[in-house]
Design a protein around this ligand. Structure first.
Ligand code: 6PG
Length: 240
């Protein structure tokens, strides 16, 4: 069962998540913490907060391994690139070892090729060819909610929704702007997680959130985890 936590505003959502990430990095029992980052605009506030004085020196960056939950297949310095967004908001400002930043190799070719290479990268990191019960790939997966109910780049009616064979799937046609090819973690990769956190803020997400709560068949509502799923939303999205 998913839990929902309603925060006062987008800053409070970011602060809650930053606290969770800092706590994970300080957990004495963990040497390697794998986090899948979300793209789009909502998580930028979180990434900037993690790069601020309040967190920069308290997060144990050398333990974190960062992955992208989805990426637009454009050069890393392109304005639509999620890599660029995360770099500018966070990576350029903190002492994370470059080898811990698992970039999507968007320069390698078309989305099929890029998905296949990123799939290999994740398999190498995990040390296995597929998710094994009791050994989650990700400690934390951050996700957003799109206006059409997509999450990561799992758009309604996309063939990627049915991909059970891979960790990463190509998405030749995006269902929403920017209309560039994408790659996305599959439901299987996302489910191999200790914790999933959806970050959803703003009044314009309220109707979709209502659809998910009502059990409408949308990709974001089909997400499962071996661990727990928490929806961190603000009062504007909650409608309260
Ligand atoms: C992306 C995403 C995507 C995003 C949602 C919400 O690269 O576009 O990862 O799934 O999380 O579209 O985006 P906003 O936060 O911009 O509303």
């Amino acid at each position: 069962m998913a839990e929902t936590i309603v925060h006062s505003d987008p800053d409070a959502v970011a602060a809650a998540m930053a606290g969770i990430i800092a706590g994970l990095s300080q957990d004495a029992g963990r040497e390697r913490i794998a986090i899948a980052l979300s793209g789009g605009s909502t998580p930028q506030r979180l990434y900037r907060l993690l790069a601020s004085d309040a967190y920069r020196d308290s997060v144990r960056w050398q333990r974190l391994h960062l992955f992208w939950g989805d990426e637009r297949v454009v050069p890393h310095d392109h304005p639509d690139s999620n890599t660029r967004m995360v770099s500018e908001a966070l990576l350029q400002h903190v002492a994370i070892p470059p080898e811990n930043v698992h970039l999507v190799p968007t320069q390698a070719g078309d989305c099929e090729r890029v998905a296949s290479l990123y799939d290999e990268e994740i398999r190498r990191f995990y040390g296995g060819s597929g998710p094994e019960p009791g050994r989650p790939l990700f400690d934390l997966v951050l996700l957003g909610l799109g206006g059409d109910g997509h999450t990561a780049s799992l758009f309604p009616a996309s063939p990627a929704l049915a991909d059970r064979a891979h960790w990463v799937a190509p998405v030749p046609e995006a269902g929403m702007k920017p209309f560039v090819p994408r790659v996305t973690l599959t439901f299987g990769a996302i489910a191999s997680s200790r914790e999933i956190a959806f970050l959803v803020t703003g009044e314009d997400k309220r109707d979709r959130l209502g659809d998910i709560r009502a059990g409408r068949d949308l990709p974001a509502g089909q997400v499962r985890s071996d661990g727990r799923i928490t929806w961190h939303i603000d009062t504007a999205a909650a409608g309260s």
